[in-house]
Design a protein around this ligand. Structure first.
Ligand SMILES: Cc1cc2nc3c(=O)[nH]c(=O)nc-3n(C[C@H](O)[C@H](O)[C@H](O)COP(=O)(O)OP(=O)(O)OC[C@H]3O[C@@H](n4cnc5c(N)ncnc54)[C@H](O)[C@@H]3O)c2cc1C
Length: 492
């Protein structure tokens, strides 16, 4: 059924079709020539996968969270997967693809939620998980340079002996890569303290391979790196990333139950305004908390099942003497606490951010989700939305720092009732003052930034002039002034 255009102002569209200007898949002749080049000479060490379940797996991410994106993306496959393990191999692949006119989509661990690493136009998926070496850790400043495919959990292990930790990690810390987090993620654990990845000061430098017949290996400083931060790998191949780190803190996991939603909301609003050192602060409505696993595994150490709305905290040990009476005064019951280090079972950090959605969908795949920054005060918007949507909308809030201010983000669970209902919900949230980070769209701009970032487009012009990187994901590229007519052989 066609959508009512009145319900979908541009910034709230959900993807109804693939972009119309995608290049056609590479021809058999193009692919044969590419494979021949990548199988010989200096490229002989590359791993090439031309078909089969591994090629299918490496063409996907977690887009199934969106019933809007699933039908668009489920049949999109790479024509070839290439696994590289060093910058020089990446250069060989980039050069060969540029010479043969074959699109490239980059992949770290494939944990993105919106099909960011799904190849819309076939071509090559370049798997960078083999670039997994730490290049440098400055013991004085804690500045870390590591190859893009390093897993965040491996980096944490390597930082620990130096008393350092990553400032921000997604709840997928155990599986996500550094390059994928920079190119596709936004924040997560640590956002209550450190804000978001695009805030100046986190990303300090990049090593980048360009996509040209003779690719360049560039070293970009912080300001030159900014346009490649959260660009879905559409304007340069990150081979190494330099980030600031934080002094390591042995975080304590705390679970606090509230019988009153109003009291729980007051707690998540007031705790960040204290001097307590917090690294995670998440509030789950009772109907969500009841469905989630309890942290701590089985046995006597396990956290009891949720009895009411649930606040999850990661706090420094020196916060505990103040937190305990403070939480009680706020109407909460501290039902479990354990140090994060050495804790068994499900870690608390895998119950928040998009892991909440993961656990809810494991019970019932009829749930999908939204992401938004709530207006202040939050309660009127939360109440109005709840009143309209009832149990089809379950609240999951995260405390974050946004442009220097403490704010609440929401990742509500949304019962899928079709596209029109989703658009109506998003429009109501927007009218109530929420800023939406729409997870049901394909492009960088529609998903979060909201507007075209001309620096991102300029970086694509400079580092991927033929537009071969992740086609269809950077709307500013296709809409740039002077953009040529759709690609020859483009799909409608
Ligand atoms: C259960 C769950 C929880 C999540 N929680 C969070 C969260 O808390 N915070 C958050 O921000 N996200 C979250 N995500 C999304 C995702 O896990 C993160 O963004 C993660 O950091 C992506 O890393 P990845 O290695 O899997 O990247 P991929 O999925 O492999 O790639 C992500 C994007 O980056 C591009 N890319 C990958 N590597 C490179 C490279 N070397 N150079 C250039 N581009 C590259 C890809 O083309 C793609 O566009 C969650 C997802 C799931 C499924």
């Amino acid at each position: 059924m066609p959508l009512d255009p009145a319900l979908r102002p541009a910034e709230l569209a959900v993807a109804s079709q693939l972009p119309s200007d995608l290049p056609a898949p590479a021809s058999d002749a193009q692919m044969e020539a590419l494979v021949a080049e990548l199988s010989s000479g200096a490229a002989a060490g590359l791993v090439l996968i031309r078909s089969g379940p591994e090629l299918e797996r490496l063409s996907r991410d977690f887009f199934s969270y969106s019933p809007v994106l699933t039908p668009l993306l489920q049949d999109r496959l790479a024509q070839l997967v290439v696994k590289a393990s060093c910058s020089e191999q990446v250069r060989l692949v980039a050069g060969a693809c540029a010479r043969h006119g074959v699109p490239i989509t980059l992949r770290g661990s494939g944990t993105g939620n919106y099909g960011q690493c799904v190849p819309l136009a076939g071509g090559v998926v370049l798997d960078l998980s083999g670039l997994n070496q730490v290049r440098q850790l400055d013991s004085l400043s804690g500045v870390l340079t590591a190859e893009a495919g390093c897993l965040l959990s491996d980096l944490e292990q390597q930082l620990a002996p130096y008393g350092r930790e990553l400032r921000l990690t997604p709840s997928t810390r155990r599986s996500a890569s550094l390059g994928g987090f920079i190119a596709g993620g936004s924040g997560g654990i640590g956002s209550v303290r450190w804000g978001f990845l695009r805030d100046p000061g986190h990303l300090l430098a990049l090593e980048v391979v360009t996509v040209e017949p003779e690719p360049r290996l560039l070293q970009l400083d912080a300001s030159a790196s900014a346009p490649l931060n959260h660009a879905y790998g559409s304007n340069g191949i990150l081979t190494a990333v330099t980030v600031a780190t934080a002094a390591a803190v042995p975080w304590q996991q705390l679970v606090v139950d509230f019988s009153s939603w109003t009291a729980a909301l007051a707690a998540i609003r007031s705790l960040p305004a204290t001097a307590l050192l917090l690294n995670g602060l998440c509030l789950l409505e009772a109907a969500v908390a009841r469905q989630l696993p309890c942290p701590g595994g089985h046995g006597p150490d396990t956290c009891p099942a949720a009895d009411g709305h649930r606040l999850l905290l990661l706090a420094a040990a020196d916060a505990l003497p103040v937190l305990e009476p403070l939480l009680a005064a706020l109407g909460g019951r501290l039902v479990w606490q354990a140090p994060e280090q050495g804790s068994r079972g499900v870690p608390l950090r895998e119950l928040c951010w998009n892991h909440t959605t993961l656990h809810m969908r494991a019970h019932d795949p009829g749930w999908t989700y939204l992401q938004m920054l709530l207006p202040q005060p939050e309660a009127p918007a939360l109440d109005a939305l709840k009143q309209r949507w009832g149990d089809d909308l379950l609240w999951h809030l995260e405390a974050v720092r946004q442009q220097g201010s403490q704010r609440l983000a929401a990742l509500p669970l949304v019962r899928w009732r079709g596209r029109a209902a989703l658009l109506e919900l998003m429009e109501q949230a927007r009218q109530l003052g929420a800023f939406l980070f729409n997870p049901h769209v394909l492009t960088v701009e529609d998903g979060g930034l909201g507007v075209i970032d001309t620096d991102q487009v300029a970086a694509k012009q400079a580092y991927d002039p033929a537009g071969l990187l992740n086609p269809g994901k950077l709307r500013g590229w296709t809409e740039r002034p002077g953009a040529s007519a759709p690609w020859p052989g483009s799909v409608a």
